[in-house]
Design a protein around this ligand. Structure first.
Ligand SMILES: NC(=O)c1ccc[n+]([C@@H]2O[C@H](COP(=O)([O-])OP(=O)(O)OC[C@H]3O[C@@H](n4cnc5c(N)ncnc54)[C@H](OP(=O)(O)O)[C@@H]3O)[C@@H](O)[C@H]2O)c1
Length: 215
């Protein structure tokens, strides 16, 4: 697997795109207006390219979905599910609602017994979604250096082979992976973003990551 298609153009798309370039992959980022990515493409060199969502979905042997959560379904429809079926899609999105945080607590449009990734998996059953990178800020997604050692990235998804591909990437990107099971477990992983953001909204502290301690 050499070609990574990233559906998205924001801070996460660029941070992960740079991470994949660092490890020698060919990377395409995407936007509904790809001219906004011309700086990224120029800095990225010969292995960096840009396109729209559909072109990127066709290009990628592995896909990263990194759009505004409430537009994730539309973005996949625009990319063309037929271009993604059978592929691993690393889902970084969080279901953040269009309302301000309450006492620093981000509000979600999902509820406790559902998650955005399950909504996507149910609607697009032939795509192999894996939740990952959703519970840390983009500045720490690739080779973070915390003095306590490697942080934990919690992942989940229904397809074992897709999770193994994701774990291999997380190994390169300096993470210890906690495999939390099937897509249903996104109900537990997605809210970690709310927790991660709380020190930020309450005390302007944004430089941390989770680590699962084990005996
Ligand atoms: N920022 C972080 O540090 C961080 C950390 C962990 C997880 N996440 C999650 O990762 C995802 C991406 O976050 P981000 O901060 O990089 O960017 P973002 O600002 O949340 O999203 C930007 C992306 O969403 C797309 N988008 C916006 N409206 C759209 C629409 N109506 N239809 C289709 N696509 C639309 C944009 O496409 P265009 O280029 O076409 O406008 C762009 O690619 C989010 O779900 C976020 O919750 C973010």
């Amino acid at each position: 697997m050499k070609k990574i298609g990233i559906i998205g153009s924001g801070a996460v798309a660029q941070a992960l795109g740079n991470g994949f370039l660092k490890y020698g992959y060919d990377v395409m980022l995407s936007s509904r207006d790809s001219s906004k990515l011309s700086d990224w493409k120029e800095k990225g060199g010969a292995k960096a390219s840009v396109g729209n969502f559909k072109k990127t979905a066709k290009y990628g042997e592995l896909i990263v979905l990194t759009v505004l959560g409430r537009t994730a379904t539309d973005a996949i429809e625009e990319a063309g599910p037929q271009n993604l079926n059978g592929k691993t899609v690393i889902d970084t999105t969080n279901p953040i609602d269009e309302v301000p945080p309450e006492n620093g607590v981000i509000q979600y449009f999902t509820h406790g017994d559902e998650s955005l990734m399950e909504q996507l998996q149910n609607r697009f059953p032939d795509i192999n979604f894996v939740k990952a990178f959703s519970c840390v800020g983009n500045a720490f997604m690739v080779n973070p250096s915390f003095k306590e050692g490697k942080p934990s990235m919690f992942i989940c998804g229904n397809k074992e082979a897709a999770k193994q591909q994701t774990i291999a990437i997380l190994d390169k990107f300096g993470w210890e992976t906690g495999d939390m099971g099937k897509a249903t477990s996104a109900r537990a992983i997605e809210p970690l973003c709310i927790l991660w953001c709380l020190p930020g909204f309450l005390r302007n502290q944004w430089t941390h990551a989770f680590k699962m301690l084990k005996m």
